[in-house]
Write a protein that binds this ligand. Structure first.
Ligand code: ZN
Length: 520
C-alpha cells in the first residue's frame, strides 16, 4: 500500500482523530523554499489519502503572520527599522501588497496552487484579532508557572525569573512585539515593559504600561501558540519536520501543554524527514537551494509534485539538480510510475503517479513516453524532426497526448541543458580537433575511415545507425569503441547521442574532413 494510504488507514483504524482536520503552517517572513514544500506535500497527501478512503477531511494552512520580523536577508535591509514588528503590520515596498506578510504569503499561495495544494488558509493575525485565541491566552496566563515547569521538565531549559508570562504584547508606543516582556497578570490586563536590550535583533522603546492581552493585543510564544491553535482550529492531524519532534523539542512541549493546560488530545504526528540538496539541509538564510516557485522553471508541476510524493515521509528526499542527472533520473522514475498507473501492475508506483497529478488523471491507455534524456540529446541536433524520430522509435506516429508530453519535455530539456546538465551531456561538433582524439587507436582510426562512404549515402538516420553497427561487427571492433571513435573525433567526448542522427546533423564533407584530420 502507498505510504500515505497506509498512514491514513492507521489514522482511521485508531478511531482517535475524528473529525479529520489536517493542518500545516508557514511563517511568511521570506519566500517558501523547496525544502518547505515537503511539509506542504506530506499534509496534502494525508488530506487526499483520507479523502480517497471515503472520509471528509478538512485541510487548513496557518500563516504565522502575527510573528515579528526577527532577521532579514541582505536584499531586504531596508526593512531593518521594522525588526520586532509583527509581519502583518509592516508595509510592503509598493501598494500592491497589504503588508510584508502579504507579499510572501501571496507568493506561497500561488506556488502551492500550481502544485495542486489547495488548503483553506488561515491567518494567525486575524484569528487573534477576532478574539479566537482569548480563551487560550487566559489559560496560558493562568498557568504561567505550570508552563514554566513544562519547559523545564521537557527541554531542560532554565527556570525563568519570577513574574514570567507566556505572552508578548504589541507595544502601543513603538509597535514592536518582539521586545515586550509581560511581568504581571491580574485576570483582565497584563503589565509589560518594552525592553531596550531583551533581544539582540531589535531594540525596545522602554515604554511601560498595562494592556488587555486579548483581541490581538498580544500573542503567545511559538511553543505555546502551536498547541493553542490546535485547540482553536480543532486540528487532529499535524506533523512537522523531524527536528521539531526529537526528544525535548517543541513537539514534546506541545504534547504536555495539550494535556496539562489546554486539555485536548494531541493531534496525530507525522515527523517527516528533511529535504536536502546534495545532502545539505535547505537554508534560506545561507542561500542553499532554491525557492519553491523556482521549481516550476525546472520541472513540470506534476513531476515536481512527484518528487515529494514518491518518497515516504520517514525517508530523506535528496534532490541536487546542479550538474547532475537528478532531473533525467526523476523523469525516468516518473515514467516508470506512469506505466504502472496505466497497466496496474504495481499499486504503490501507480498511486505515487496518481497523487502527483494536478488536473484530471490521464486516460489509462498505452502511452509512449519519450525518454527525457533522449529528448535532451535530440534537441541538440537541430536538423532532425524530433516528433518524427520518436515516432520511429515508437513504431508509429505519436498521438496527441504523446505529442503534448514530448512538447513539454522539449521545453524542460532545454532548461536542463542550459542551466543544469553536466557538460558531458552537451553535444556539439567541436570547432577544432579535440585533444581526446589523440588517444584514438589504429583500429578506431581504420573504422572511422570506413564510415566516410556510409555518411555520403542518402539513407535515413536509423539505417545509418544500423550500418555503423554492422561495420563495427565486420571489423571485429567492439560497438562501444567504434561509436566512441565517432564521438571523440566529432564532439570531443567518449560518449554521445545516437551516432546516426549526430552524423546527419553536419554536411558529410565537413565530417569527412574531420575524419581525415584525426586519422592522419
Ligand atoms: Zn516600545
Amino acid at each position: 500500500m502507498f505510504w500515505a494510504d497506509r498512514v491514513a488507514k492507521e489514522i482511521i483504524n485508531s478511531e482517535k482523530y475524528k473529525p479529520y482536520k489536517v493542518d500545516e503552517m508557514f511563517t511568511p517572513s521570506g519566500f517558501m523554499h523547496i525544502g518547505n514544500l515537503r511539509g506542504s506535500l506530506v499534509h496534502d497527501l494525508m488530506y487526499k489519502a483520507l479523502r480517497d478512503a471515503g472520509e471528509s477531511p478538512v485541510f487548513t494552512y496557518v500563516l504565522n503572520d502575527f510573528d515579528p520580523i526577527d532577521g532579514l536577508p541582505d536584499d531586504l535591509q531596508e526593512f531593518s527599522k521594522y525588526l520586532g514588528v509583527p509581519l502583518r503590520n509592516v508595509p510592503w515596498k509598493d501598494k500592491e501588497y497589504e503588508s510584508f506578510a502579504d507579499y510572501f504569503a501571496s507568493d506561497m499561495k500561488n506556488t502551492l496552487k500550481k502544485f495542486g495544494v489547495d488548503p483553506q488558509f488561515l491567518s494567525s493575525w486575524d484569528m487573534y484579532h477576532e478574539g479566537k485565541f482569548n480563551e487560550e491566552i487566559k489559560a496560558a496566563l493562568d498557568n504561567a508557572v505550570e508552563i514554566q515547569n513544562i519547559y523545564h521538565e521537557v527541554s531542560g531549559s532554565q527556570k525563568k525569573a519570577q513574574g514570567w508570562y507566556p505572552l508578548q504584547v504589541i507595544c502601543p508606543n513603538c509597535g514592536k512585539l518582539g521586545t515586550t516582556r509581560v511581568y504581571e497578570w491580574d485576570g483582565e490586563t497584563v503589565a509589560f515593559k518594552c525592553e531596550p536590550h531583551m533581544v539582540k535583533w531589535a531594540e525596545g522603546c522602554d515604554y511601560e504600561g498595562r494592556i488587555s492581552p486579548f483581541n490581538g493585543n498580544g500573542k503567545l510564544p511559538w511553543k505555546v501558540d502551536w498547541p493553542a491553535h490546535w485547540k482553536v482550529i480543532g486540528v487532529t492531524i499535524e506533523g512537522a519536520g523531524k527536528d521539531h519532534s526529537v526528544a525535548g523539542s517543541s513537539r514534546d512541549v506541545a504534547r504536555e501543554l495539550c494535556k496539562r493546560v489546554f486539555k485536548i488530545e494531541e493531534p496525530f504526528n507525522i515527523p517527516y524527514e528533511f529535504f536536502t540538496i546534495g545532502g545539505k539541509k535547505m537554508s534560506s538564510s545561507k542561500g542553499v537551494g532554491l525557492k519553491a516557485h523556482d521549481l516550476f522553471d525546472l520541472l513540470p508541476a506534476e513531476v515536481g509534485r512527484f518528487l515529494y510524493c514518491r518518497t515516504e515521509y520517514k525517508q530523506e528526499v535528496n534532490f541536487d539538480p546542479f550538474e547532475t542527472m537528478a532531473i533525467p533520473d526523476l523523469f525516468d522514475e516518473y515514467d516508470r510510475c506512469y506505466q504502472h498507473y496505466i497497466d496496474g501492475t504495481d499499486e504503490n508506483f501507480g498511486r505515487a503517479f496518481e497523487l502527483s497529478q494536478i488536473n484530471k488523471l490521464p486516460v489509462k491507455e498505452k502511452t509512449f513516453l519519450p525518454r527525457f534524456i533522449d529528448v535532451a540529446n535530440y534537441i541538440q541536433q537541430p536538423r532532425i524532426d524530433i516528433y518524427q524520430v520518436f515516432g520511429e522509435i515508437k513504431g508509429e506516429s505519436l498521438n496527441e497526448v504523446e505529442r503534448d508530453i514530448l512538447e513539454e519535455r522539449i521545453k524542460y530539456a532545454k532548461v536542463w541543458l542550459d542551466g543544469y546538465a553536466p557538460d558531458k551531456y552537451k553535444f556539439q561538433m567541436t570547432n577544432t580537433v579535440s585533444k581526446i582524439a589523440e588517444s584514438l587507436t589504429e583500429d578506431q582510426k581504420e573504422y572511422l575511415k570506413k564510415i566516410i562512404p556510409l555518411i555520403k549515402q542518402e539513407i535515413s538516420a536509423e539505417d545509418l545507425q544500423l550500418k555503423l553497427y554492422e561495420l563495427s561487427k565486420e571489423r571485429g571492433l567492439e560497438a562501444k569503441k567504434a561509436f566512441g571513435a565517432i564521438y571523440m573525433a566529432l564532439i570531443g567526448k567518449e560518449s554521445g547521442p545516437k551516432a546516426g542522427w549526430l552524423l546527419q546533423q553536419y554536411p558529410s564533407d565537413k565530417i569527412a574532413e574531420r575524419i581525415e584530420e584525426v586519422t592522419r
